[in-house]
Design a protein around this ligand. Sequence first.
Ligand code: 5GP
Length: 204
Amino acid sequence: IRKNKRATAKRIIMKKEKLIIIAAPSGSGKTTIVKELLSLEKLNLGFSISLTTRVKRDNEINGKDYHFVSVSDFKEKIRNNDFIEWEEVYKNVYYGTTKSEIKRLNIEEKNIVFDMDVVGGLNVKTQFPNTSISIFIKPPGLIELKRRLINRKTESQKSIEFRIDKATKELEYSDKYDFVIINDNLELAIKEIKEIIYQFIKTQ
Ligand code: 5GP
């Protein structure tokens, strides 16, 4: 049994498909950018659907944007060692990426896109140093970030404050990423990221 387990782990790592890690503080336009990238057929991207314990937003679909689960289900998966990484991104709100999700996308022979928080992104990069690329999307400034979060109308005042506070800390991690893209112009940011990914998946 042990031997099989090792073989599975090796197969995950050795696949030629690439991992694209996209991290950013909440409200940086990351979700919009990721959606746009996924629509580009030549990049052959598949979205890694994370598990989360947060409440589903009205515009989200369970099993497409996230797998929404209870805290106790999430904790059971932690105990079972089902995650490649997980984090308590906000107090009592867990997010994580399962091994089975990576396997699913490997079977589909897709390059995998991870939409992650800044710490989770670095964690995945460490685990797959040669087959992954990490991209940090920077909001133009904290005032603009706050404006975006308010405009989105999905967050409470308390949640906005949390997210701004977290973003302030997260910006300090940006220089650990392979690329930093400033999203002051969405169209341009998408164009730049598209090119980075294209160059990366073309090589090796
Ligand atoms: P949101 O609640 O706005 O959808 O996501 C909050 C933060 O959690 C975002 O930065 C998002 O990228 C991040 N996130 C989503 N899935 C994962 C995951 O699987 N692991 C980690 N570490 N962060 C995640």
